[in-house]
Structure formats: C-alpha cells, structure tokens
Write a protein that binds this ligand. Sequence first.
Ligand code: F6P
Length: 549
Amino acid sequence: MQAPRCDQTAAWTALTAQFAQSGRRFDLRPAFADDATRAEAFSLSAPEVFADLSKNHWDAETRGLLLALARECQIEQRRDAMLAGEPINHTEGRAVLHTALRAPRGAAPFSDEVHEVLDRLLAYVEQVRDTATSGIRHVVNIGIGGSDLGPQMVVPALDAFAHRGLQLHFVSNVDGHDIVPVLRGLDPRETLVIVASKTFTTQETMANAEVARAWFLAGYGEGGEAAIAKHFAATTTNVAAAAKFGITTTFGFWDWVGGRYSLWSAIGLPIALAIGAENFRALLAGAHAMDRHFAEAPLEANLPIQLGLLDVWYRNFHGYTSRSVAPYHQGLRRLPAYLQQLEMESNGKCVDLDGQPLPFGTSPVVWGEAGTNGQHAYFQMLHQGTDVIPVEFIAVKTPCYDAAGGTGLPDSVRAGLADQHHKLLANCLAQSQALMLGKSTEDAMGETAPTASKSLDALTIARHRTFPGNRPSTTLVLDRLTPAAMGALIALYEHRVFTSGALWRINSFDQWGVELGKALCNQLLPRFASGDTTGLDGSTAALLQRLLG
Ligand code: F6P
C-alpha cells in the first residue's frame, strides 16, 4: 500500500485539534515548573550526540501524536526502502544510497565498488600526505554545491586532526574573484588541483578547472602537460569527461550518490587529505553508527526521526518558516551553509511524489552563524523580533586544538584557553535560557538600566527591555569534535531531512528547481557578446544594456 501524505492521516487530524486546543498556547516556563523530569523526559542519546529537546513546544501528548503520524506515514518502511537501495528518487529513477558509502565491507549494497574506490583513494591520500616525497603543500578543491560544501565544512571542523604541512583551499564560484586570490602566490609544483564534480559538466566548476589548468601550465613551464597527471585529480561519476579534460588520476562514484550527500564518497578527497586515511575511516564509522541508530532505534528513542517530527510540527502547525543553527564551535562555522543545501535543496519542493501541489509548507529557511559571533549580529531579532524562530544550539564539551599533541603553547596560554571555553559554553546555555525565560515588563521595571535615556519614563524603557520568552530551542551536545562525532552529526542531519521529507511525501533527492536558472543563463550568455536584447522582458533587457554599456 502506498504511504499516505501527512495531511491525509488520522494523526494529522488529531494534531490539528491538539494544536488548536493547547499546542498553540504551549508555554515552556510552566511546563518546566510543573514537571521536574521534563529535561530528562525530552532528552535523547544517539551515537556521539546527546540532544536536549526539552526546550521545544511540545508535551508528551504532542510527541505521542507526532510519533503516530510517523507510523501512519510508514516512516520505517520508507527508511528501510532507502537503505535497501530501492529507487526512491523516482523522478530520476535512482536509488539513494549514501549510507552504503560508510557501511563496513559487505554490509550494504554496492560494497565491492565502494570499498575498491575507498581503498584506492586512501592509498593515494597517504602518498600525497607524505609531503617530503610528494612535494605537495597546497590542495585546491574546485567544485560547487555538494562537491564543495561538505568538504569545505568538514575540513575546518576537524582542523585539530589536520596535516600541518598541507593547506587546503576551496574554489566554487564562477566569479573569478574566488579563484584568483587562491591561486595567487601558489607554486604549481607544490599544488594539487582536485576537480570535483558529480556530472563533470557544471558551468562554474568547468570554468574554474580551465583557469586552473591554464595557470598551472603557464606557471609550471616545460613539462607542464605531462605533470598534469601528478598535479590534477578528478572526483566524479563521469570518468570519461575527466579523461577528456586530460585528468588521469580519477576517483569515481555513482549516480545513486546525491551531490549533497556525497562527502562520504570520492568527493571527500579533500577531507581525507587533510585528516588522513585513519581519521577519514573514523568519520565514515561515526556516520555508520548514526545510520544504525536511525535504522534500529524505536521511534520513541530515534533522534533523527524526532528532530524531523519537530520540524514538521513547527513548520505546519506553528507556522514557523525558518530555523537558525548556532554551532558554538568555530570549526563548525560552515555548517549552516552546508545545511542550507542539505535541507533546502532536498525539501524545498511544492509538489508531492505524484506531482500534486502541496497544501502546506515544506522546507524552512535554514540559516545561522557560529556562536558567539551570531549573538553580536542577529540574536537581537531572535530574542525580541516579531517572528518566532526555533534555534538549534550545538555545544562541544571538550575543546581540542591539536589532536596530535600539544598546541605548542605555554601553560599560561592554555589556562586562558580553558577559561575561554567556559565562556563559550556559558554563552551557549545562556542564550537558550534567555530565549525560553524572557523577561517581563514588570521585571524590567524593577531593574536599573544605566545606559537608558533619562528623558523617557520608566515604563517606556521597561517595554523596550522586555523579552517575550517562550522561544523554542534544541541543544545538541558532543563530547569532542572528533572525526567520528562529525560523521555522526552530519548523518543525523541527513536522516532528519529524510524524515520531514517522507512525511511531506516529497522527493527529497531531486533538484529540478536549479534547472530553469541554468537554462536561462545559457540563453543569456551569447547576448553578452552580441548585445542583442530582442525578445527579452523589459527589466532583463535594461539590466543587460546597463551591464554592457
Ligand atoms: O546546484 C545543483 C547541483 O546539481 C547540486 O545538487 C550539486 O551538488 C551541484 O549542482 C554540483 O554538481 P556537480 O557535482 O555535478 O558539479
């Protein structure tokens, strides 16, 4: 039987009634005051990740109804279909098997192919990392979207584990202002260029690859053509196109790996170069542990599924249109950008699997910034703005600046760093506390505000200093930001996106929405040479003339 869409279930009807009756008015403050066990009751542990879900707008009844909704939508069967390699990306007739990329040998479909490439890739990685022999000091990864965002996010996150003699650079934008500053100052003889593209046709990547090749040949001098074999590598499903480009060192992957789910494949080459083979395998193992949790934990204890259910509750009942991600770890500064592609490209859809228009909202806007930086930018709006935006905090218990040993810093500096870490964590907890507790006008009246204008009356000032509170948040806690923890965290997000997408009954694994702009760009390009604006709409014609004039 075909799995129903969330809004066609009995649980949805029950949730609608529950929301009207009490869910809409749910207040975290009495919920905690009335229930000493709330924090524990709404916390979950998954591999490498502890989650406090208690500061969210739900109670046991709501959670029970959401779990019933998941069951009615056959979430377990749909998950199992994905893991078994059924072609759930039906608009492209493809399986969705990123989980197979991190499964132990023999434990998932396509195991032989996966492990053959992985072993070869990691052997290559160790050769390049032997910098005394390879002579490579810089790696430039050219790719965009899923061929960029994953590695670009994970490499700084795992800086503590990185090779100190190998510098990683990322180029994605077709704008020359991206590649020029990267190549400036690099020596081609010390540089490895990776051309990362699932299709090996993407405009931005191909343009940058051509520039990199021209730069390489001009800078290398005699023997440059032959040296491309050593200094260029490709990671792609289109091995033939890479060969045509002149790249002979190629690591393949398969059409059943979606671009935004591909960092576990050969696309992870920059990550492996940075952290080494053993750590890369640990990253895969961490993700696999989360896969097992997703596949095996009962729904009541299943963290990705519960996060996905909360996403549906917030988007479709509370009407919240965005979610902010605040990782309190500077290494995770690129996580929000990574999650934007993961979630918004996956679930930014307006028709269901049958192509029927959806009568409810799908992907929220996902955005954010590393803490504490975000606090000094947009947190004002989170606390006192007119929109309620659920926030996801990520805290890492123990800092690690250099996994290979000391930071080379004197003890006095280390003491300062320990203090800084407490400040970081205190800020993280304080923000979720402030969002929840708020501050009444009455309490604000009772406070002194030394910087407040003396020309305004106390009540007016107090109103400006009032916080509505009751703003929801989730806090994820990792013990350390290790490769395994990083793998588990990313897999957690992947499965959470799967969950909301499955309930909405959309195809989370295609991305037709990026096609129209690409096609129109190709139509416009020749007009930049000809200057012809015939047949264009008035705005586009005028802008083109202005840009050419
Ligand atoms: O933006 C669309 C998209 O197809 C993404 O899904 C993908 O990650 C990106 O372009 C890059 O594609 P490719 O890896 O084929 O160059």
